[in-house]
Write a protein that binds this ligand. Structure first.
Ligand SMILES: Cc1cc2nc3c(=O)[nH]c(=O)nc-3n(C[C@H](O)[C@H](O)[C@H](O)COP(=O)(O)OP(=O)(O)OC[C@H]3O[C@@H](n4cnc5c(N)ncnc54)[C@H](O)[C@@H]3O)c2cc1C
Length: 383
Protein backbone atom coordinates (compact mmCIF):
# COMPACT_ATOMS: atom_id res chain seq x y z
CA UNK A 1 0.00 0.00 0.00
CA UNK A 2 1.32 3.47 -0.85
CA UNK A 3 1.04 6.57 1.32
CA UNK A 4 -1.78 7.97 -0.85
CA UNK A 5 -3.68 4.68 -0.86
CA UNK A 6 -3.46 4.51 2.96
CA UNK A 7 -4.87 8.02 3.34
CA UNK A 8 -7.66 7.29 0.85
CA UNK A 9 -8.60 4.14 2.78
CA UNK A 10 -8.62 6.08 6.06
CA UNK A 11 -10.89 8.72 4.46
CA UNK A 12 -13.26 6.09 3.16
CA UNK A 13 -13.50 4.37 6.59
CA UNK A 14 -13.90 7.74 8.31
CA UNK A 15 -16.86 8.75 6.17
CA UNK A 16 -18.53 5.31 5.90
CA UNK A 17 -17.98 3.90 9.42
CA UNK A 18 -16.72 6.56 11.86
CA UNK A 19 -18.71 9.72 11.12
CA UNK A 20 -22.19 8.13 11.15
CA UNK A 21 -21.59 6.41 14.53
CA UNK A 22 -19.29 8.84 16.41
CA UNK A 23 -22.00 10.71 18.29
CA UNK A 24 -23.95 7.60 19.29
CA UNK A 25 -20.81 5.73 20.42
CA UNK A 26 -19.64 8.75 22.42
CA UNK A 27 -22.98 9.00 24.20
CA UNK A 28 -23.11 5.29 24.99
CA UNK A 29 -19.35 4.94 25.70
CA UNK A 30 -19.41 2.15 23.12
CA UNK A 31 -16.20 0.75 21.58
CA UNK A 32 -16.52 0.56 17.78
CA UNK A 33 -15.83 -3.04 16.74
CA UNK A 34 -16.94 -2.09 13.25
CA UNK A 35 -14.18 0.52 13.02
CA UNK A 36 -11.50 -1.99 14.05
CA UNK A 37 -12.89 -4.56 11.57
CA UNK A 38 -12.77 -1.99 8.75
CA UNK A 39 -9.23 -0.93 9.68
CA UNK A 40 -8.22 -4.62 9.63
CA UNK A 41 -9.90 -5.35 6.27
CA UNK A 42 -8.31 -2.27 4.70
CA UNK A 43 -4.78 -3.32 5.71
CA UNK A 44 -4.31 -0.24 7.91
CA UNK A 45 -3.64 -2.29 11.07
CA UNK A 46 -0.34 -3.32 9.43
CA UNK A 47 0.59 0.18 8.24
CA UNK A 48 4.14 0.29 9.67
CA UNK A 49 4.72 -3.46 9.73
CA UNK A 50 7.38 -4.87 7.34
CA UNK A 51 6.07 -6.60 4.19
CA UNK A 52 7.45 -9.97 5.49
CA UNK A 53 4.53 -10.01 7.93
CA UNK A 54 1.94 -8.73 5.45
CA UNK A 55 2.34 -5.06 6.42
CA UNK A 56 2.80 -1.99 4.25
CA UNK A 57 6.18 -0.92 5.66
CA UNK A 58 5.17 2.73 5.65
CA UNK A 59 6.66 5.35 8.00
CA UNK A 60 5.74 8.22 10.30
CA UNK A 61 4.37 10.43 7.49
CA UNK A 62 1.64 7.95 6.51
CA UNK A 63 1.00 7.14 10.19
CA UNK A 64 0.34 10.81 11.05
CA UNK A 65 -1.85 11.38 7.98
CA UNK A 66 -4.00 8.31 8.68
CA UNK A 67 -4.43 9.20 12.37
CA UNK A 68 -5.38 12.83 11.66
CA UNK A 69 -7.94 11.64 9.10
CA UNK A 70 -9.51 9.20 11.58
CA UNK A 71 -9.46 11.76 14.43
CA UNK A 72 -11.26 14.32 12.29
CA UNK A 73 -14.21 11.88 12.29
CA UNK A 74 -13.83 10.14 15.68
CA UNK A 75 -10.87 10.70 18.03
CA UNK A 76 -11.80 7.63 20.13
CA UNK A 77 -11.15 5.35 17.15
CA UNK A 78 -8.00 7.29 16.23
CA UNK A 79 -6.63 6.67 19.76
CA UNK A 80 -7.46 2.93 19.55
CA UNK A 81 -5.56 2.84 16.26
CA UNK A 82 -2.63 4.82 17.70
CA UNK A 83 -2.21 2.48 20.68
CA UNK A 84 -2.40 -0.52 18.32
CA UNK A 85 0.38 0.87 16.13
CA UNK A 86 2.53 1.46 19.25
CA UNK A 87 1.91 -2.09 20.49
CA UNK A 88 2.76 -3.45 17.04
CA UNK A 89 5.96 -1.39 16.80
CA UNK A 90 7.11 -2.73 20.19
CA UNK A 91 6.39 -6.36 19.23
CA UNK A 92 8.05 -5.82 15.86
CA UNK A 93 11.18 -4.32 17.44
CA UNK A 94 11.47 -7.47 19.60
CA UNK A 95 10.86 -9.97 16.81
CA UNK A 96 14.35 -11.11 15.79
CA UNK A 97 14.92 -12.38 19.36
CA UNK A 98 11.68 -14.31 19.63
CA UNK A 99 10.79 -14.80 15.97
CA UNK A 100 9.11 -18.16 16.44
CA UNK A 101 6.58 -16.94 19.01
CA UNK A 102 6.08 -13.38 17.78
CA UNK A 103 6.12 -14.01 14.01
CA UNK A 104 2.59 -15.53 14.00
CA UNK A 105 1.28 -12.58 16.08
CA UNK A 106 2.75 -10.10 13.60
CA UNK A 107 1.31 -12.07 10.68
CA UNK A 108 -2.15 -11.88 12.29
CA UNK A 109 -1.69 -8.11 12.63
CA UNK A 110 -0.60 -7.91 8.96
CA UNK A 111 -3.72 -9.87 8.03
CA UNK A 112 -5.85 -7.35 9.96
CA UNK A 113 -7.13 -9.85 12.53
CA UNK A 114 -5.24 -8.76 15.64
CA UNK A 115 -5.55 -5.54 17.66
CA UNK A 116 -2.82 -4.73 20.19
CA UNK A 117 -2.32 -2.00 22.78
CA UNK A 118 -0.06 -0.81 25.61
CA UNK A 119 -0.60 -1.49 29.31
CA UNK A 120 2.08 0.67 30.98
CA UNK A 121 0.35 3.00 33.50
CA UNK A 122 -0.14 1.55 36.96
CA UNK A 123 -2.39 2.71 39.78
CA UNK A 124 0.65 3.06 42.08
CA UNK A 125 2.86 5.26 39.90
CA UNK A 126 0.00 7.01 38.06
CA UNK A 127 1.28 9.06 35.10
CA UNK A 128 4.92 8.07 35.78
CA UNK A 129 4.61 5.06 33.48
CA UNK A 130 8.40 4.72 33.31
CA UNK A 131 8.40 3.48 36.95
CA UNK A 132 6.12 0.42 37.29
CA UNK A 133 5.27 -0.71 40.82
CA UNK A 134 4.69 -4.32 39.76
CA UNK A 135 7.61 -6.71 39.50
CA UNK A 136 7.95 -9.83 37.36
CA UNK A 137 9.01 -12.96 39.24
CA UNK A 138 10.96 -15.84 37.73
CA UNK A 139 8.84 -18.84 36.82
CA UNK A 140 10.96 -21.52 35.12
CA UNK A 141 12.44 -19.78 32.10
CA UNK A 142 9.50 -17.33 31.98
CA UNK A 143 7.94 -14.99 34.57
CA UNK A 144 4.80 -14.43 36.64
CA UNK A 145 3.29 -10.95 36.84
CA UNK A 146 0.65 -9.42 39.10
CA UNK A 147 -0.17 -5.76 38.43
CA UNK A 148 -2.86 -3.10 38.53
CA UNK A 149 -2.78 -1.45 35.11
CA UNK A 150 -4.86 1.68 35.59
CA UNK A 151 -5.80 2.68 32.04
CA UNK A 152 -5.56 0.49 28.97
CA UNK A 153 -7.06 1.71 25.71
CA UNK A 154 -9.06 -1.07 23.97
CA UNK A 155 -9.27 -3.00 27.27
CA UNK A 156 -11.30 -6.15 26.72
CA UNK A 157 -11.22 -5.67 22.92
CA UNK A 158 -7.53 -6.07 22.07
CA UNK A 159 -6.10 -9.48 21.23
CA UNK A 160 -2.81 -8.65 23.00
CA UNK A 161 -1.36 -6.28 25.61
CA UNK A 162 2.23 -4.98 25.75
CA UNK A 163 2.83 -4.95 29.51
CA UNK A 164 5.60 -3.30 31.53
CA UNK A 165 6.84 -4.61 34.86
CA UNK A 166 10.00 -4.24 36.92
CA UNK A 167 12.57 -6.81 35.87
CA UNK A 168 12.95 -9.70 38.38
CA UNK A 169 16.43 -8.57 39.42
CA UNK A 170 16.00 -4.86 38.59
CA UNK A 171 17.40 -2.55 41.25
CA UNK A 172 16.22 0.92 40.13
CA UNK A 173 12.67 2.28 39.63
CA UNK A 174 12.99 2.30 35.82
CA UNK A 175 14.57 -1.17 35.47
CA UNK A 176 11.53 -2.55 33.69
CA UNK A 177 11.01 -5.26 31.09
CA UNK A 178 8.27 -5.40 28.42
CA UNK A 179 6.22 -8.56 27.83
CA UNK A 180 3.43 -9.55 25.47
CA UNK A 181 0.30 -11.02 27.07
CA UNK A 182 -2.45 -12.54 24.96
CA UNK A 183 -6.00 -11.50 25.83
CA UNK A 184 -6.73 -15.08 26.92
CA UNK A 185 -3.89 -15.21 29.47
CA UNK A 186 -5.20 -16.74 32.69
CA UNK A 187 -5.42 -14.06 35.41
CA UNK A 188 -5.83 -11.13 32.99
CA UNK A 189 -9.15 -9.31 33.37
CA UNK A 190 -10.80 -5.96 32.78
CA UNK A 191 -11.04 -4.55 36.30
CA UNK A 192 -13.64 -1.81 35.92
CA UNK A 193 -15.66 0.31 33.52
CA UNK A 194 -14.42 3.20 31.37
CA UNK A 195 -16.39 6.40 32.04
CA UNK A 196 -14.17 9.18 30.72
CA UNK A 197 -15.13 12.78 30.12
CA UNK A 198 -13.68 12.47 26.61
CA UNK A 199 -12.58 9.67 24.30
CA UNK A 200 -15.55 7.88 25.79
CA UNK A 201 -15.71 5.28 23.02
CA UNK A 202 -12.18 3.87 23.36
CA UNK A 203 -12.57 1.51 26.35
CA UNK A 204 -9.58 2.87 28.34
CA UNK A 205 -10.49 0.73 31.36
CA UNK A 206 -8.22 -0.68 34.09
CA UNK A 207 -6.79 -4.18 33.66
CA UNK A 208 -5.83 -6.52 36.51
CA UNK A 209 -3.03 -9.04 36.11
CA UNK A 210 -3.33 -11.74 38.74
CA UNK A 211 -0.31 -14.06 38.76
CA UNK A 212 -0.20 -14.15 34.95
CA UNK A 213 2.36 -16.57 33.53
CA UNK A 214 4.42 -15.28 30.63
CA UNK A 215 6.66 -17.70 28.73
CA UNK A 216 10.17 -16.50 27.87
CA UNK A 217 9.29 -16.31 24.15
CA UNK A 218 6.91 -13.48 24.95
CA UNK A 219 9.51 -11.32 26.67
CA UNK A 220 9.85 -8.34 24.30
CA UNK A 221 12.99 -6.68 25.69
CA UNK A 222 16.07 -7.79 27.57
CA UNK A 223 15.69 -7.73 31.36
CA UNK A 224 15.71 -4.10 32.47
CA UNK A 225 15.58 -2.78 28.87
CA UNK A 226 11.91 -1.81 28.94
CA UNK A 227 12.65 1.83 29.67
CA UNK A 228 14.92 2.39 26.62
CA UNK A 229 12.24 0.70 24.45
CA UNK A 230 9.61 3.08 25.90
CA UNK A 231 11.85 6.05 25.07
CA UNK A 232 13.16 4.99 21.68
CA UNK A 233 10.39 2.86 20.14
CA UNK A 234 7.18 4.08 21.79
CA UNK A 235 7.63 7.75 22.73
CA UNK A 236 8.48 9.22 19.28
CA UNK A 237 5.47 7.55 17.63
CA UNK A 238 3.23 8.32 20.60
CA UNK A 239 4.14 11.99 20.47
CA UNK A 240 3.54 12.12 16.72
CA UNK A 241 0.31 10.14 16.99
CA UNK A 242 -1.22 12.19 19.80
CA UNK A 243 -0.28 15.37 17.88
CA UNK A 244 -2.03 13.94 14.81
CA UNK A 245 -5.13 13.17 16.91
CA UNK A 246 -5.01 16.80 18.12
CA UNK A 247 -4.71 18.00 14.51
CA UNK A 248 -7.74 15.98 13.44
CA UNK A 249 -9.74 17.42 16.36
CA UNK A 250 -8.66 20.98 15.48
CA UNK A 251 -9.58 20.53 11.81
CA UNK A 252 -13.00 19.19 12.80
CA UNK A 253 -13.47 22.15 15.19
CA UNK A 254 -12.60 24.69 12.46
CA UNK A 255 -14.91 22.99 9.94
CA UNK A 256 -17.74 22.65 12.47
CA UNK A 257 -17.42 26.28 13.54
CA UNK A 258 -17.31 27.58 9.95
CA UNK A 259 -20.38 25.53 9.11
CA UNK A 260 -22.28 26.89 12.13
CA UNK A 261 -21.27 30.51 11.43
CA UNK A 262 -22.56 30.12 7.88
CA UNK A 263 -25.81 28.32 8.66
CA UNK A 264 -27.05 29.93 11.92
CA UNK A 265 -28.99 33.12 11.26
CA UNK A 266 -29.93 36.37 12.95
CA UNK A 267 -33.29 36.41 11.17
CA UNK A 268 -34.10 39.92 12.43
CA UNK A 269 -30.92 41.19 10.71
CA UNK A 270 -31.15 38.97 7.63
CA UNK A 271 -27.57 37.76 8.15
CA UNK A 272 -25.73 34.64 9.25
CA UNK A 273 -23.67 34.77 12.46
CA UNK A 274 -20.49 34.88 10.38
CA UNK A 275 -21.75 37.72 8.16
CA UNK A 276 -22.91 39.69 11.14
CA UNK A 277 -20.08 39.44 13.68
CA UNK A 278 -16.42 40.33 12.92
CA UNK A 279 -15.42 39.01 16.37
CA UNK A 280 -16.53 35.51 15.38
CA UNK A 281 -14.70 35.76 12.05
CA UNK A 282 -11.53 36.77 13.94
CA UNK A 283 -11.98 33.85 16.31
CA UNK A 284 -12.40 31.41 13.43
CA UNK A 285 -9.28 32.86 11.78
CA UNK A 286 -7.26 32.41 14.98
CA UNK A 287 -8.41 28.78 15.18
CA UNK A 288 -7.27 28.20 11.59
CA UNK A 289 -3.88 29.83 12.27
CA UNK A 290 -3.30 27.61 15.32
CA UNK A 291 -4.40 24.50 13.41
CA UNK A 292 -2.01 25.21 10.53
CA UNK A 293 0.74 25.95 13.06
CA UNK A 294 0.20 22.52 14.61
CA UNK A 295 0.26 20.94 11.16
CA UNK A 296 3.63 22.59 10.43
CA UNK A 297 4.99 21.40 13.78
CA UNK A 298 3.90 17.85 12.95
CA UNK A 299 5.66 18.06 9.54
CA UNK A 300 8.79 19.23 11.34
CA UNK A 301 8.65 16.26 13.74
CA UNK A 302 8.14 13.86 10.82
CA UNK A 303 11.28 15.24 9.16
CA UNK A 304 13.19 14.78 12.42
CA UNK A 305 11.96 11.17 12.73
CA UNK A 306 12.81 10.43 9.09
CA UNK A 307 16.29 11.89 9.51
CA UNK A 308 17.14 11.75 13.22
CA UNK A 309 19.56 14.37 14.53
CA UNK A 310 20.63 15.93 17.81
CA UNK A 311 17.40 17.90 18.23
CA UNK A 312 15.03 15.00 17.50
CA UNK A 313 14.19 14.04 21.11
CA UNK A 314 13.57 17.68 21.98
CA UNK A 315 11.10 17.90 19.06
CA UNK A 316 9.42 14.68 20.26
CA UNK A 317 8.83 16.20 23.71
CA UNK A 318 7.83 19.63 22.38
CA UNK A 319 5.33 18.34 19.84
CA UNK A 320 3.19 16.37 22.26
CA UNK A 321 3.21 19.22 24.80
CA UNK A 322 2.31 21.83 22.18
CA UNK A 323 -0.34 19.69 20.50
CA UNK A 324 -2.18 19.10 23.77
CA UNK A 325 -2.37 22.84 24.40
CA UNK A 326 -3.41 23.70 20.83
CA UNK A 327 -6.19 21.09 20.82
CA UNK A 328 -7.64 22.47 24.07
CA UNK A 329 -7.32 26.08 22.92
CA UNK A 330 -8.82 25.58 19.43
CA UNK A 331 -11.75 23.48 20.66
CA UNK A 332 -12.36 25.96 23.52
CA UNK A 333 -12.48 28.78 20.94
CA UNK A 334 -14.95 26.69 18.92
CA UNK A 335 -17.15 26.30 22.02
CA UNK A 336 -17.05 30.07 22.50
CA UNK A 337 -17.74 30.95 18.86
CA UNK A 338 -20.63 28.50 18.58
CA UNK A 339 -22.14 29.67 21.90
CA UNK A 340 -25.33 28.08 23.18
CA UNK A 341 -25.64 25.73 20.20
CA UNK A 342 -22.36 24.07 21.25
CA UNK A 343 -23.06 24.28 24.98
CA UNK A 344 -26.43 22.54 24.60
CA UNK A 345 -24.82 19.71 22.58
CA UNK A 346 -26.60 20.57 19.32
CA UNK A 347 -23.23 20.43 17.56
CA UNK A 348 -20.40 17.89 17.67
CA UNK A 349 -18.10 20.71 18.88
CA UNK A 350 -18.79 19.73 22.47
CA UNK A 351 -17.51 16.17 21.85
CA UNK A 352 -14.36 17.57 20.22
CA UNK A 353 -13.81 19.83 23.24
CA UNK A 354 -14.07 16.89 25.66
CA UNK A 355 -11.92 14.59 23.51
CA UNK A 356 -9.25 17.32 23.16
CA UNK A 357 -8.60 17.26 26.90
CA UNK A 358 -7.29 13.68 26.87
CA UNK A 359 -4.06 14.43 25.01
CA UNK A 360 -2.53 16.59 27.74
CA UNK A 361 -3.53 14.06 30.44
CA UNK A 362 -2.04 11.05 28.65
CA UNK A 363 1.45 10.35 29.89
CA UNK A 364 3.94 11.85 29.53
CA UNK A 365 1.53 14.65 30.46
CA UNK A 366 2.02 18.22 29.22
CA UNK A 367 3.31 19.22 32.66
CA UNK A 368 5.89 16.45 32.71
CA UNK A 369 7.01 17.25 29.17
CA UNK A 370 7.54 20.92 30.04
CA UNK A 371 9.49 19.80 33.10
CA UNK A 372 11.71 17.53 30.94
CA UNK A 373 12.27 20.27 28.33
CA UNK A 374 13.11 22.85 30.99
CA UNK A 375 15.54 20.48 32.73
CA UNK A 376 17.22 19.54 29.46
CA UNK A 377 17.65 23.23 28.51
CA UNK A 378 19.37 23.76 31.86
CA UNK A 379 21.55 20.67 31.45
CA UNK A 380 19.89 18.93 34.41
CA UNK A 381 19.31 15.13 34.54
CA UNK A 382 15.69 14.24 33.61
CA UNK A 383 15.22 11.45 36.16
C1 LIG B 1 -8.15 8.40 27.37
C2 LIG B 1 -6.95 7.82 28.03
C3 LIG B 1 -6.38 6.67 27.51
C4 LIG B 1 -5.25 6.10 28.12
N1 LIG B 1 -4.74 4.96 27.59
C5 LIG B 1 -3.64 4.38 28.16
C6 LIG B 1 -3.08 3.17 27.64
O1 LIG B 1 -3.56 2.62 26.63
N2 LIG B 1 -2.01 2.62 28.24
C7 LIG B 1 -1.43 3.20 29.34
O2 LIG B 1 -0.44 2.68 29.82
N3 LIG B 1 -1.93 4.34 29.88
C8 LIG B 1 -3.02 4.94 29.31
N4 LIG B 1 -3.56 6.11 29.84
C9 LIG B 1 -3.00 6.63 31.11
C10 LIG B 1 -2.22 7.92 30.94
O3 LIG B 1 -1.13 7.74 30.09
C11 LIG B 1 -1.78 8.46 32.31
O4 LIG B 1 -1.02 7.52 32.97
C12 LIG B 1 -2.94 8.82 33.18
O5 LIG B 1 -3.82 9.64 32.46
C13 LIG B 1 -2.40 9.54 34.40
O6 LIG B 1 -3.43 10.11 35.15
P1 LIG B 1 -3.26 10.49 36.71
O7 LIG B 1 -4.27 11.49 37.02
O8 LIG B 1 -3.22 9.26 37.50
O9 LIG B 1 -1.85 11.19 36.73
P2 LIG B 1 -1.11 11.88 37.97
O10 LIG B 1 0.29 11.37 37.94
O11 LIG B 1 -1.88 11.75 39.24
O12 LIG B 1 -1.09 13.42 37.54
C14 LIG B 1 -1.88 14.45 38.16
C15 LIG B 1 -1.37 15.79 37.71
O13 LIG B 1 -0.03 15.96 38.15
C16 LIG B 1 0.81 16.36 37.10
N5 LIG B 1 2.15 15.77 37.28
C17 LIG B 1 2.47 14.48 37.52
N6 LIG B 1 3.81 14.32 37.60
C18 LIG B 1 4.36 15.54 37.41
C19 LIG B 1 5.69 16.03 37.37
N7 LIG B 1 6.76 15.23 37.56
N8 LIG B 1 5.88 17.35 37.12
C20 LIG B 1 4.82 18.18 36.94
N9 LIG B 1 3.53 17.78 36.97
C21 LIG B 1 3.30 16.48 37.20
C22 LIG B 1 0.13 15.78 35.85
O14 LIG B 1 0.49 16.51 34.67
C23 LIG B 1 -1.34 15.94 36.19
O15 LIG B 1 -1.79 17.22 35.84
C24 LIG B 1 -4.68 6.70 29.26
C25 LIG B 1 -5.25 7.89 29.76
C26 LIG B 1 -6.35 8.44 29.17
C27 LIG B 1 -6.95 9.69 29.73
Amino acid sequence: MTHDAAVLKAREIASRVLTPAAEKNDKAGRFSKEAVESLGESGLLGLLLPADFGGSGLGPRAFAAVIATLADADASVAMVYLMHILGTATISAACPRAAQALGPVLKEIGAGRHLSTLAFSEAGSRSHFWAPISRAHRNGDGVRISAKKSWVTSAGHAQSYVVSSLAPEGTGPTDSTLYLLGAGTRGLSVAGPWEGMGLRANASAPIALDDCRVPSDFQLTDDGAGFPAMLNVVLPLFSLGTAAVALGLCRAAVAGTASHLKSAKFEHLGQSLGESLPTLRAQLAAMQIDTDGLSARIDDLIEHLEQPRETTMLRVLETKAAAGDVAISVTSAAMHACGGAAFSKHLSIERLFRDAHAGAVMAPTGDVLREFIGKSLLGMPLF
